[in-house]
Design a protein around this ligand. Structure first.
Ligand code: GAL
Ligand code: ZN
Length: 660
């Protein structure tokens, strides 16, 4: 376990560096991330480099036992670069170039960005490759797919399409451009999706998103290759921005050694309009799933967020510490707080760091110091531990993008609906690995694969094999709708999955926010919304029927036994209680303990290693919660208190780390 901060020495008087480094050391900080936006200080004018200040900053930190992670500065092309080489600036779908003076104003396909980006990365990596205090590299900052329509992107998109479809006839056929006379007769006519109309061809739009995602993955690979060439043996990571995003993180992190995430949990927990309470847990699990290993938090919430929108609530007492532990509880091996000092200048003056503008330690700082001290103490215990789960959830950026192009019903949201399953498991204390839908999931007892809207034979066969050989699979509405080119499949829904689920969809109703009800075999009734598939079970058995409107009595959920396994199909979006109740039955059947019912905001996860079992119990809410502890005879690693089981009270922000 390592604890650190993001630090911008270039924003502060040199006289402060020594004092900052000393204070960092006193709080147990052993890593600092530097320089990810400092291009104009590293290369103030084209071809004129200045590393002296960075040498000195690293030296000051190193003297205080602090190692650094260096960021490549390509997220902030300096003014001279965009001025001299305007191809660096992305162009929007109306043909307007972005303006300089902000950040992320760069096109990944720009030859000038590649050329000058390569040069600054080479200079940096060559200079610091052998530096003992430089532990590794972060590429760029929060890469996200661009929606760029510049000349270079247009040419490359055409090339991308030629490689995929080979001929224009094939492209016309696969996209169905015959609709509205959209057929191309010459490659020159093929452009990026200009204009931004929602009526553009969905196959075209999806391919453009894939192209944009490939471009950013390629840009990341280009950086990683350069870094590895000049600075072999040091790690290369990237700090992802969270979800939902267009870029396919599984591709983007191919070239990375491990994933890092920037974690800013919502501080307005009471006004939880975005149901952010459990968004963080999903984000952290998704991040762990990107490389299927432990990760880093490269930016962790340290203070009041805000600036270009009104400031949110200040993190409530206990929040800084509890949420840092939450990251660790879900697989983080390093916590880097954003940021050490709150900026006095620039666009982010009110995105607060650990220290306020006056620089004197306050409540948030004290919470961090407590976390840092505890993390230091528990490092040997946590060494080598990972989360190991019986349940996998299959996540897909392809589905996410396809649903963003064509939202299926009022209130329908891929990540939101995905989160319903994740949250239901979380509330029962059941851990899940959230992994790439294309990756291997054979070993899991239970696989939940919501909304496999785009499907191909390979995926259908893989799911079938998993079930036949003893797996339990959960599928849902909006599965098997389209082929991978975003074209509707011709059979009854769910097409390629019909035999597997042993049922088909007779009719569907995108009910949206028009809430319906369904009744389980047990008689239990729950609300459902967004979407209602009216199912006709063939080999499958119906285990729930609707009890509202014209579809009362029609099947809503089926269960099919195939080979040694079982597959469930859920034809609607159940409310939270219904989802939990259904998953409880399904998971109990495969031998997973579902006896827990965690109160709102309480999370429980376990990190394990040979002979070690460390359970984190966190109260991430602002309310006192009471938990009936299922563990007997364990000891708190923080307080040495012994727990015999039974009820115990968790204060807001409470952290218990229990060792068995
Ligand atoms: C992150 C970004 C940081 C900082 C922070 C607060 O997304 O990586 O550089 O801007 O947000 O706004
Ligand atoms: Zn471009």
């Amino acid at each position: 376990m390592k604890v650190g901060v993001d630090y911008y020495p270039e924003h502060w008087d040199v006289a402060l560096w020594e004092q900052d480094a000393r204070q960092m050391q006193e709080t147990g900080i052993s890593i600092v991330r530097l320089a990810e936006f400092a291009w104009s200080r590293l290369e103030p004018r084209e071809g004129e480099f200045d590393f002296d200040w960075l040498d000195r900053a690293i030296a000051v930190l190193a003297r205080h036992g602090i190692e650094v992670v260096l960021g490549t500065p390509t997220a902030t092309p300096p003014v001279w670069l965009t001025h001299n080489y305007p191809d660096v600036l992305p162009v929007d779908n109306k043909g307007n170039a972005h303006y300089a003076g902000v950040r992320l104003h760069r096109c990944y396909n720009s030859p000038s960005l590649r050329k000058y980006g390569a040069r600054i990365i080479e200079k940096l990596t060559q200079r610091y490759a052998m530096h003992a205090a430089v532990m590794g590299w972060q590429t760029d900052n929060e890469l996200a797919a661009n929606d760029c329509h510049c000349e270079n992107c247009t040419l490359r998109f055409r090339g991308w399409l030629k490689r995929k479809y080979r001929t224009l006839d094939e492209l016309n056929r696969e996209w169905g451009t015959v609709v509205w006379s959209g057929e191309y007769s010459d490659w020159e006519q093929v452009k990026t999706p200009l204009g931004g109309s929602p009526h553009l061809n969905p196959s075209f739009l999806l391919d453009f998103r894939r192209f944009s995602s490939d471009a950013v993955a390629d840009f990341n690979r280009f950086q990683a290759d350069l870094i590895r060439k000049h600075s072999p043996g040091k790690f290369v990571t990237h700090n992802l921005w969270g979800y939902p995003v267009t870029a396919d993180y599984y591709d983007m992190f191919d070239s990375m050694d491990f994933a890092s995430v920037d974690y800013y949990p919502a501080t307005d927990l009471r006004d939880d309009s975005k149901s952010r309470m459990y968004h963080g847990a999903l984000t952290l699990d998704l991040t762990r799933g990107v490389k299927r290993r432990n990760f880093w938090v490269m930016e962790q919430l340290s203070g009041t967020p805000g600036c270009w929108y009104p400031m949110s609530r200040t993190p409530f007492p206990g929040m800084i510490r509890a949420y840092a532990w939450q990251s660790v509880a879900r697989g983080a091996d390093a916590i880097v707080q954003f940021r050490w000092r709150s900026a006095r200048v620039g666009a982010e003056q009110f995105w607060h760091g650990l220290l306020d503008h006056h620089g004197l330690p306050g409540r948030r700082y004290a919470e961090f110091v407590r976390f840092s001290e505890e993390a230091g103490r528990l490092t040997p215990l946590l060494e080598g531990t990972t989360l190991q789960h019986d349940v996998a959830m299959l996540f897909s950026h392809e589905q996410l993008n396809a649903f963003q192009i064509q939202p299926q019903a009022d209130g329908f949201d891929y990540v939101g609906n995905f989160k319903r399953f994740h949250t239901a498991l979380l509330r029962m204390g059941i851990g899940a690995d959230v992994i790439n839908w294309r990756s291997d999931f054979d070993g899991y007892k239970l696989v939940i694969a919501p909304m496999l809207y785009l499907i191909d034979d390979e995926m259908a066969a893989k799911l079938r094999r998993y079930v036949e050989t003893g797996g339990t699979l959960v599928l849902t509405m909006r599965s098997g709708v389209k082929n991978m080119n975003n074209v509707c499949l011709p059979e009854r829904l769910p097409n390629l999955l019909t035999n597997l689920i042993g049922a088909h969809v007779d009719e569907y109703d995108p009910v949206g926010k028009d809430v319906q009800t369904l009744t389980f075999e047990s008689g239990e009734t729950h609300a459902c919304a967004q979407w209602c598939d009216l199912l006709i079970p063939v080999e499958a058995r119906s285990i729930a029927s609707y009890s509202s409107e014209y579809f009362a009595g029609r099947s809503a959920i089926t269960k099919n036994e195939i080979g040694a396994g079982v597959v469930y199909y859920i034809g609607t979006v159940l409310d939270a209680v219904g989802t939990k109740s259904l998953l409880r039955r399904i998971a109990t059947d495969v031998g997973i303990d579902c006896s827990l019912d965690l109160p709102e905001g309480v999370e429980m996860t376990t990190r394990r290693a040979e002979g070690k079992q460390i359970t984190f119990v966190l109260n991430l809410s602002k309310d006192v919660q009471t938990l009936s502890l299922p563990l007997r005879d364990c000891v708190s690693a923080l307080s040495d208190r012994r727990f015999a089981g039974g009820d115990f009270e968790l204060q807001p922000g409470a952290v218990e780390i229990l060792v068995r």
